[in-house]
Design a protein around this ligand. Sequence first.
Ligand code: BES
Ligand code: MN
Ligand code: ZN
Length: 494
Amino acid sequence: MLNGFTLQAAELTAAAYENMDGLCLFLCKECLAALSKLGLPQQVEAAVETYAKRHEEMFEMGTISELVLPQEAGLLTVVIAGCGAGSECKPVAFRKTAGAAARALRKAKVARAIIAAPILTNPKRGAYLEAIVEGLYLGGYTFTEFKSKAEKSVQCAVTLLSKIAEAEDLVKKATISAEAVSFTRDLVNRPGNVVNPQTLAEAACQLAQELPLEVEVLDEQQMAERKMGAILAVGQGSVNPPRLITLKYNGAADAPYVAYVGKGITFDSGGISIKPDTGMGEMKDDMSGAGAVLGAMKAIASLGLKCNVIGVLACAENMPGGKAQRPGDIVTSANGKTIEVISTDAEGRMVLADGVDYACKLGAKKVIDIATLTGAVIIALGKETSGIVSNNDELVEQIKKAGKFAGESFWQLPSLPECKEAIKSDVADLLNSAGRPGGCITGGLFIGEFVAEGIPWAHLDIGGTSTSEKTEGFKVKGGTGFGTLTLIKLAEML
Ligand code: BES
Ligand code: MN
Ligand code: ZN
């Protein structure tokens, strides 16, 4: 049971339609012609065809149409999930539409649903099946942990009909991925008085108990021994001390390790460079990068992927206080570079400086960091697309490709050598902030300064995508878990 749904696969037969109170059909315009392949009860097929003749708009991607038909044992709710026309009919469309379908099934209080789609009669369309499963679970996500009275919701058992031989395995795989994204969303949605660096460390230790993962948690003393002056500076203003958390997954013998490094600011007040009051509470989501890394590690280990991955979570709480770092301070990071603190609100890049350096010292041969690093990325790319700053075009292409499989959008920003001039300091090696122009680029380039020479690296700025203001497709208002799925798919590809 995940998010109110249990999913299982079954072979497409006429008998499969017995005993359902809900039927969900995924249809694109062209798919309609193949409706008869589904072997639906005759009166259902006739009703859908009649409805389709009058309602062309039902095929529009993401559109949900609902019919209620009488059947022997009560009523049958038919949810038609529109999947577009022509080239729109891709797994990405199915993932989004499945999210909306999940909410329609729940609203109609369906308890036993069948999912059928003409495209799933093609044994080679496993990617569509995976997308439906992921979308259904994620669209059904709710965050009710802090409601004192549990809302009564119908649990829905779903059977997916197909002619795909490996359907059962695909359902299992997609369920693990959706579980991981839901796990990330929970972490992001929980407030700062519940999630702090220590509780994230405990969550990581818990995963290491359940799964083939090795965990290490560095506390302040251990970070001081390793001269991690940048993350320590960010954390020093809070009573909740910083933690550097590492999870190691070895699924491919002695193959090279890739590192995922997440920004884990469990609350970002801005520090002494304090943020305005309006919207400050949203900064509980400033650990979304670390959350995505944790979720991805959970799935990678559960799936037993044949790859080697190190997950690093650079965690701190950014608070003002008598011990907090000041604007103007100069601190020394673990790789020896000195940083002039222009703004204590540019703290993400500081924790990541020590984070990516540590990943390289652990022997990672590729580094990907993920962070709610800037508000500037929202100005540049909006709330649907994450920014990439990188030193390696091949790695960027791989990330964009993994993102396509995951239904997550990425766009690379130019990082000309000239842009590096902006983060040079007069009194130290680097400035932690170069102000507003190209804020997403300079923020990324700063982190790149701490990646070891010759290591392919990419920085993913999820400042705009980590939360959503509306429930739409497989996204639900609040934490999106953005990046989790891409990092899972990337681990499969690398
Ligand atoms: N966590 C914020 C970035 C952020 C802000 C993400 C709003 C999503 C929504 C980050 O730590 C920050 O404060 N960045 C500053 C950087 C500046 C001081 C160089 C920003 O974006 O204004
Ligand atoms: Mn900040
Ligand atoms: Zn921040």
